[in-house]
Design a protein around this ligand. Structure first.
Ligand SMILES: NC(=O)c1ccc[n+]([C@@H]2O[C@H](COP(=O)([O-])OP(=O)(O)OC[C@H]3O[C@@H](n4cnc5c(N)ncnc54)[C@H](O)[C@@H]3O)[C@@H](O)[C@H]2O)c1
Length: 351
């Protein structure tokens, strides 16, 4: 089996590719190595993948360039696509909407076209809990309404879901979408709160705590995401018969298309989260309480029952365990004695 992972130098793409290579699956990885956050970190992730025994081919390319995407499909016979490449981040989408349109819409469309033209057997793509917007009903069910995104990022993810549906319907491309809920772990994303908090607590700097700490997130450990992605590749959606039309919903459709939530199903209060991080770091945070930010939502909470029903698995890693693993990696990665991370400036506490 040959698998394409887009966004392979990214946080989740790296972990997924690592698992696939370990399972002896041929992995073709693409990434445009953009500078939204540390390019060195992306290079280091790719370097880790290249060091592994197994089949891994990496292309530095932008999925919004149709010719480059086509060239990859002509060079390799691809069975499964994991479409993870995207401009992530809710807040940045308010400052730089153009990047989101280019990567998340044009790039996503190119992947759909490639799936159609090259007979891909299964397209699996990343959506986001942000599609639920300010949904007050909890936990979030896949069938809940998602028509009121509160950021452009969320709007592009919702657009991905409906574009993918239309391709699944028109061209019978088996497609699975997954709405990820706040993913964290080693080799994580420096733009996310848990990473920034760690950096600042270590340096003794003040952390900004939004909405006075009164927020909840369904933090999901990255290994749990990878396990679900790995199992889902073998659960290829089939079309349903038209007579079953009355059963239709976002997670049950006539087209060979399925959509799932993937979260920990245990929302954690922001203050409790900070205390967990403080314990793992052995250091107290200096906190600056601020009002809610534009584009943020109050609470996220995933109902994963249909995912569990499909693959017999749902995330369950406790936040303490996941945070300890993240902190252990962070302290190793930024310590020149245990990991040489190249020319990037190291945080001051290690120099
Ligand atoms: N991490 C989370 O909490 C979370 C939550 C919800 C959804 N998601 C989604 O999961 C996917 C992976 O997220 P992540 O956390 O690993 O983010 P990430 O930013 O670490 O990874 C995305 C990767 O895609 C690459 N990329 C971006 N635009 C590209 C383009 N046009 N062409 C080629 N490569 C491009 C980036 O360089 C990056 O390495 C994304 O689609 C994201 O929207 C993540």
């Amino acid at each position: 089996m040959s698998v394409l992972v887009t966004g392979v130098a990214g946080f989740i793409g790296y972990h997924l590719a690592s698992r696939l290579i370990d399972e002896n699956i041929e992995v073709i990885g693409v990434d445009n190595m953009n500078g939204y956050y540390s390019v060195q970190l992306k290079k280091d992730r790719v370097k880790q993948l290249q060091k592994k025994r197994g089949s891994f081919t990496f292309y530095e390319l932008d999925i919004s360039d149709k010719n480059h995407v086509d060239a990859v499909f002509h060079a390799h016979s691809i069975d499964v696509i994991y479409q993870l490449a995207a401009q992530a981040g809710v807040r940045f989408s308010i400052e730089r909407p153009d990047v989101y349109i280019q990567s998340n819409l044009v790039g996503f469309y190119n992947i759909l076209e490639a799936s159609r033209n090259h007979g891909v057997k299964h397209l699996i793509f990343a959506s986001s809990s942000s599609v639920y917007g300010d949904n007050a009903k909890i936990p979030y069910l896949v069938s809940d309404q998602t028509d009121h995104p509160v950021s452009l990022y969320a709007a592009t993810k919702k657009a991905n879901e409906v574009l993918a549906y239309s391709y699944a319907h028109l061209y019978e491309i088996p497609t699975t979408g997954l709405r990820f809920f706040t993913v964290y772990g080693p080799w994580g994303r420096p733009d996310m709160a848990y990473y920034k908090f760690t950096e600042k607590i270590m340096k003794g700097e003040v952390i900004d705590v939004y909405n006075g700490g009164d927020m909840y997130r369904d933090f999901t450990y990255v290994d749990d995401i990878v396990e679900a992605l790995y199992r889902l590749k073998d659960v290829v959606p089939k079309p349903h018969h038209k007579s079953e039309k009355d059963l239709m919903g976002p997670d049950y459709t006539i087209a060979p298309y399925r959509l799932y939530n993937i979260g920990n199903n245990r929302p954690v209060n922001l203050m409790e989260f900070i205390r967990t991080l403080e314990r793992a770091l052995g250091k107290e945070a200096k906190k600056n309480f601020k009002p809610m930010q534009q584009g943020d939502v109050y609470r996220t909470w995933a109902d994963c029952s249909n995912l569990y029903h499909t693959i017999g698995f749902e995330p369950s890693t406790p936040i303490q365990t996941g945070i300890e693993k993240f902190v252990e990696w962070y302290q190793r990665y930024y310590n020149p004695k245990t990991y040489r991370s190249g020319p990037e400036k190291l945080p001051v506490y290690y120099t």
